[in-house]
Design a protein around this ligand. Structure first.
Ligand code: ADP
Ligand code: ASP
Ligand code: MG
Length: 404
């Protein structure tokens, strides 16, 4: 029997009636003749609520203790889903990340999976059981409980699919696939039926929440097909691009085409005139992960830091301030907006068009950075959604100049 891995996000298991609906979908998959492994996120806003609780107790919560706390969220949903499947007559068993063999490095809060040893999962599948796994968590070689960073249940699912040699990995959510922009922000956004790993990875790294960037990286490495679908959808049919997005190896598109717009609201920009190597060493010591680094000589550095997994910002600010004083500042009023597509920087046309579109709505970009797949502008955070809409209108809604 082919193995199918299904991941259900927080909204899909937000309450008991939705957990029952997920249990029914799992049972349908089972009756269709598959071995089923299910990965679940914490119910609704549980992870945010647990984080808020931690902040009430400590402004700079210890990273190890945070992981102990946050992993509880997924543990609740795995047990409830397993019970709900049993109510429907299925034989289910739930496992934590550690029990299912997700081995990570020893970095707390944003650990990376380095190996999956799915022996217990395989044994239970062989017994004919449905295995329900708590997403977003693993165990380090030192036997410490770790979490995989926000949105990390996607990573659990893809890593498990790879380790089990699954036929495909379904990521089931409140949206029916990956859109040309966040449909909550751009009403004209459309579903993209098929995407390459590279395109999806760039969208995810630019802030499109629907798929986690590390998960896509795993899928690409191991050649796993991801089906991004709505939890309310039917099971994937012969052509899963009809009602979802399929991410797999694809023949290249026409180069230079923008396929999507994504944004990241919660970023900090580090601007430093201190020694670059010293700043980077201290950021590593503080476990602060950066992206989009630009260094100019030994003493000039600009770096974008995502706040997603930064839960001890006060402490980080204090330590950086104590060491570098006014030679380093953290700028806190920008967001980043990106357009993504293979070969979009072959000339500067797309960059110029995008900058013009942003300026036309009164957004003066603070900076712009490019890679072969992406153009990213930092703009005023309060106007970020206007930037997303302007870029979407320019690159994805206009069909070129009207024929006279
Ligand atoms: P889950 O809890 O199921 O993991 P997430 O909240 O992580 O769900 O991701 C789904 C959300 O991602 C959607 O509700 C949607 O608003 C948002 N989103 C952002 N960018 C995109 C995009 N390009 N396509 C689809 N959804 C997107
Ligand atoms: N519950 C975790 C989060 O909210 C992991 C996930 O949902 O993927 O980030
Ligand atoms: Mg998610």
């Amino acid at each position: 029997m082919a193995i199918v891995v299904q991941k259900y996000g927080g909204t899909s298991v937000a309450d008991v009636s939705r957990i029952r609906q997920v249990a029914e979908r799992v049972m349908r998959t089972r009756r269709a003749g598959h071995d089923v492994v299910v990965v679940v996120s914490a119910m609704g806003d549980t992870t945010d609520d647990l984080l808020a609780l931690a902040k009430e107790v400590s402004a700079n919560p210890d990273r190890r203790e945070l992981d102990m706390l946050l992993t509880a969220g997924e543990r609740i949903s795995m047990a409830l889903l397993s019970m709900a499947i049993r109510e429907l007559g299925g034989e289910a068993i739930s496992f934590t990340g550690s029990q299912s063999g997700i081995i990570t490095n020893d970095r707390h809060v944003d650990a990376r999976i380095i190996e999956v040893r799915p022996f217990r999962v395989q044994d239970e599948l062989a017994r004919g059981r449905i295995v329900v796994i708590a997403g977003y968590q693993g165990v380090s070689y030192r036997r410490e409980v770790t979490t995989l960073g926000r949105g990390g249940s996607d990573t659990t699912a893809v890593a498990m699919a790879a380790a089990l040699g699954a036929q495909y990995c379904e990521i089931c959510s409140d949206v029916d696939g990956v859109y040309t922009a966040d449909p909550r922000v751009v009403s004209a956004a459309t579903r993209i039926p098929a995407l390459s790993y590279e395109e999806t990875q760039e969208l995810a790294e630019s802030g499109a929440k629907v798929l986690n960037a590390q998960a896509v990286e795993f899928a690409k490495e191991r050649g796993i097909a991801i089906y991004a679908r709505a939890t309310a959808s039917a099971l994937p049919g012969a052509d899963p691009t009809v009602d979802g997005t399929v991410v797999r190896r694809h023949p290249p598109r026409m180069p230079g085409t923008v396929i999507g717009v994504a944004s990241e609201r919660d970023i900090l920009v580090v601007e430093s005139r201190a020694r670059v190597d010293e700043v980077l060493a201290l950021l590593d010591e503080l476990s602060v992960a950066g992206k989009q680094l630009h260094a100019d000589g030994d003493h000039r550095l600009t770096l974008v830091v995502s706040r997603e997994n930064l839960h001890e910002e006060g402490r980080v600010r204090d330590v950086l301030g104590g060491r570098f004083g006014d030679r380093l500042r953290l700028v806190d009023n920008f967001g980043a907006v990106s357009v993504v597509g293979a070969g979009i920087n072959a000339s500067f046309e797309n960059l110029r068009r995008g900058t013009e579109a942003l300026t036309a709505v009164g957004l003066q970009p603070y900076s712009v950075a490019t890679s072969s797949f992406r153009i990213t502008w930092t703009v005023a955070r309060t106007r970020l959604d206007d930037g997303v809409r302007a870029l979407h209108a320019t690159f994805l809604e206009q069909q070129g100049p009207a024929v006279p």
